[in-house]
Design a protein. Structure first.
Length: 405
């Protein structure tokens, strides 16, 4: 028999109560660094050791790649718990060596009512970043995980009270839900505490949302609010025929692990009316080679008309990167001659006229939109890329457009 010693924070006690399958739904929400994901990852490994035939699916609304899944966290827990001899960590899944158990990783947006049936035999579903789950996804997933004694777990950083997962837990008698924050996590690194406390001093509202798990609130001077964005949200399947698509880049000045992110937004214009659709937020932190490769990949995935990139910081760097990577790409350089707020105001006006739609949920982008009011030393990379994308789709600046040959 294998004995495990797992140090568990006191806040997890309600989630450990009951028996398998009751309560069916277990959730933990709250701010960053609270230990939600670490708890659920350890709980999955523990259950799989007890039951080597356990079948687990780790769910996100959008699964861009396994790099953005819980796979690495689970692998790290297997190693730290000293049970690597009981598991086989493969390229796309994790298998038990003691039985038929398996952990897989999937995105709900990739599923249809028919394809989701492949999950019917699973014992446990863990929904990561559940604030992004759509009502459609929950309605597909819940009746699919139907095996006797099966459970669905949720972990998330609260975004808005109207989010599908928030409504799912309201008056749900077969559920347990805890709200936890970093100061309740005995394992939180001191560096994270200092970051949180520093933000509390300079921006209490953002601190409350990011670190305490409060719902997103309106910010004085911001051009967007949550109601304005929610009003224009549609299902990705409802995007109409588009006449033009662009990939917009707001490059980071540096590419280190502590540098700003490079904003990458994909957006399109309706073929029938002057309406605009945000299709994907592909923002990332990394080297110039990494983000230019990501932007080119989105260019081809969406069959975009061009890549648009701000060149105030990078000069000819973006052009050279594209030239070296893919000569078939159409590219346009744009240069900021006005401040961020002035550039954003015409785009915010399009939202107010109900002409810009979000095809799905983009929490990080929408957080920047709601919080940014032009003050402070903040780099709203996603928002900048959004502004460049919608600006390019809605008007012509008169600059030349070229295709590399």
């Amino acid at each position: 028999m294998t004995e495990l010693s797992i140090l568990t924070p006191k806040w997890t006690e309600p989630l450990l109560m009951g028996v398998e399958g009751s309560p069916r739904y277990r959730g933990a929400k709250g701010g960053r660094a609270s230990g939600k994901s670490h708890f659920f990852a350890e709980a999955i490994i523990e259950r799989m050791i007890v039951n080597p035939d356990l079948r687990v699916v780790c769910i996100r609304e959008v699964q861009k790649s396994l790099k953005f899944s819980a796979k690495q966290l689970l692998a790290d827990k297997i190693e730290s718990l000293g049970v690597g001899y009981m598991f086989e960590i493969q390229s796309t899944e994790i298998k038990s060596k003691e039985g038929s158990g398996v952990i897989i990783f999937q995105g709900m947006q990739d599923h249809t009512a028919e394809s989701v049936k492949s999950l019917e035999g699973f014992d446990l579903a863990w929904c990561e970043e559940a604030q992004s789950l759509s009502k459609r996804s929950l309605e597909l997933l819940d009746p699919t995980i139907r095996k006797e004694g099966s459970e669905i777990w949720f972990s998330w950083n609260p975004f808005q009270e109207t989010d599908a997962v928030e409504q799912f837990f309201k008056d749900n008698e077969d559920s347990v839900l805890v709200h936890v924050n970093y100061y309740q996590n005995p394992f939180v690194p001191e560096a994270m505490v200092k970051i949180a406390e520093r933000l509390k001093q300079v921006d209490p509202l953002r601190h409350a949302h990011v670190w305490l798990g409060d719902y997103l609130r309106e910010v004085d001077g911001a051009l967007w609010n949550s109601d304005l964005i929610n009003l224009q949200r549609i299902d990705p399947d409802d995007v109409p025929e588009l006449s033009r698509i662009v990939v917009a880049i707001d490059p980071a000045v540096t590419g280190g692990k502590n540098s700003d992110e490079t904003g990458i937004i994909v957006a399109g214009r309706s073929a029938s009316k002057p309406n605009y659709y945000v299709l994907e937020d592909a923002t990332l932190r990394g080297s110039p080679d990494k983000w230019i490769s990501a932007a080119i990949a989105k260019y081809h995935k969406y069959q975009a008309d061009r890549i648009v990139a701000e060149v105030n910081q990078g000069g000819d760097m973006v052009q050279k990167l594209i030239l070296d990577s893919d000569r078939s790409v159409a590219y346009k350089a744009v240069r900021a001659t006005r401040g961020k707020m002035l550039r954003a105001e015409p785009i915010a006006a399009l939202y107010e006229r109900e002409q810009v739609f979000h095809a799905g949920r983009f929490p990080e982008l929408e957080e920047q939109m709601i919080f940014y009011n032009g003050s402070g030393n903040v780099s709203p990379d996603r928002l900048d890329a959004l502004v460049w994308a919608i600006t390019e789709l809605s008007q012509s600046s008169g600059q030349a457009v070229w295709r590399i040959t």
